[in-house]
Ligand binder design. Structure first.
Ligand code: FAD
Length: 401
């Protein structure tokens, strides 16, 4: 027997779960396949979910802490404090519960779900995609009108159909600890080539624990590992007392793919979330952009399914809906490069001297948005003369990119 579905979704992470739910809500039959024996393990995530994504999924029960502010540190120790307790900027969630609850929403809406299963072959035909799925009960033959890869940074679907590669692949490393001396509702960000070359390290309150991590690119490591960077952050810096009582209870390491792949949609096949390279270049967050992508594409893909037209031409037309996301990612990357990645520690210290001025903090509090730093970046480049000099190398890309 060959099982027939409208849509097969490979990967039951947050994006595959949400995608399955949304296709079910549009009346399609969905098979969701997960290679692991449980949902939400292993995960590599600091657990931050922005308010927009949270209201789309409605999973407030998975929230551990609300984050309303940040203390951002320059390499030599200047701290800039931003935020307003009356405005939550992002939520810190339990990723295990979050992923499970999203997949449950898909199942409750009618999706069929297979654990410990993965596709071993996939072929596109004129009317369908044929798949062999390895399951604990043996191989299953499946035909689907549409195959979706929501199978993460190393996506099998993406590689199988040669759909391109994310432009950047960062590495994230994180430990979960008790005993960190932070402030309720505030995350700490640490910059500097010793702790996070070109990027930043973080300490994020998450209920009873704190997630302390760093991210960077391989070519900036100069022979060090991410673990070395985190040890350095915890042991020798102006804030080492905050880490003195830390007791590690878990560690995670994983890739952060950023830069939408060249061909996210081809005939009868589409990529979503990390598989498509959607993480934000400024924060590494992938849940918000993935959910946005699902909301953007599912209505059009559903229409195409109903009309029986998932041709190359139609899929290309649908993929154009992602053009804004693509150029937004480029501009955010330019902004990140200008203010962070291409700055020396000395330049970063100069930037922080300017950021710590009360009028600039006011501007950050007023216009700053973790999700969309472009308006703030543009305003800073326009209004603060010192920044025009420092960020000149990317100002045009940010303004016109
Ligand atoms: C250290 C670190 C911290 C991060 N912090 C944050 C954060 O705070 N906020 C945020 O938004 N993002 C964060 N991210 C990124 C975030 O984890 C990802 O963007 C997010 O998990 C992407 O969801 P996804 O569903 O696309 O992919 P994934 O979560 O990777 O899910 C993919 C699923 O597919 C399954 N799978 C893979 N291959 C197959 C196969 N062949 N067959 C069947 N199943 C398969 C996997 O087992 C997995 O369950 C962080 C990443 C790292 C590394």
């Amino acid at each position: 027997m060959i099982a027939q579905y409208d849509v097969v979704v490979v990967g039951a992470g947050p994006i595959g779960g949400y995608l399955s739910r949304r296709f079910c809500e549009h009346g399609h039959s969905v098979l969701l396949i997960e290679e692991h024996s449980e949902v939400g393990r292993p995960f590599q995530c600091a657990g931050l979910v922005n308010p927009g994504a949270m209201s789309a999924v409605g999973l407030e029960q998975t929230i551990l802490s609300g984050i309303w502010g940040a203390r951002i540190h320059s390499p030599s120790g200047t701290a800039v404090e931003i935020g307003d307790p009356s405005r939550i900027r992002t939520w810190s969630v339990c990723r295990k519960l979050f992923d499970e609850a999203i997949v449950l929403q898909a199942i409750n809406n009618g999706a069929k779900f297979l654990l410990s299963s993965k596709p071993t072959s996939a072929k596109v035909h004129a009317e369908h995609v044929s798949l062999i799925v390895e399951t604990p009960d043996g191989d299953l033959q499946v035909n689907a009108k549409l195959l979706c890869g929501a199978d993460g940074a190393h996506s099998w679907v993406r590689r199988k159909f040669r759909m391109g590669n994310p432009k950047e692949q960062m590495i994230g490393f994180q430990v979960e600890v008790t005993g960190y001396h932070g402030e309720d509702g505030k995350l700490d960000m640490y910059t500097g080539s010793e702790y996070s070359p070109g990027f930043f390290a973080w300490a994020i309150p998450s209920g009873e624990t704190t997630r302390i991590g760093t991210w960077t690119k391989a070519d900036l490591l100069n022979g060090r590992s991410c673990e070395d960077l985190l040890s350095k952050l915890q042991s020798s810096n102006p804030w080492s007392a905050r880490f003195a009582q830390c007791n590690e209870i878990g560690r995670y390491c994983g890739p952060i793919p950023s830069g939408l792949v060249k061909r996210p949609l081809i005939e009868r096949v589409a990529l979503f979330g990390d598989a498509a390279g959607l993480c934000k270049p400024t924060t590494g967050g992938g849940i918000g952009p993935g959910i946005k992508q699902v909301d953007l594409l599912v209505p059009e893909l559903s229409l195409a399914l109903n009309e029986g037209n998932l041709s190359v031409k139609r899929m290309l037309a649908i993929s154009r809906l992602l053009n804004d996301m693509r150029s937004n990612q480029r501009r955010k990357k330019a902004l990140r490069n200008a203010f962070l990645t291409e700055s020396t520690d000395h330049e970063l210290d100069e930037i922080f001297q300017i950021w710590s001025k009360p009028e600039v903090i006011d501007l950050i509090n007023e216009v700053g948005d973790i999700d969309n730093p472009i308006p703030l970046g543009i305003q800073m480049l326009r209004e603060i003369p010192e920044f025009r000099k420092l960020a000149g190398r990317a100002a045009m890309a940010v303004l016109w990119g």
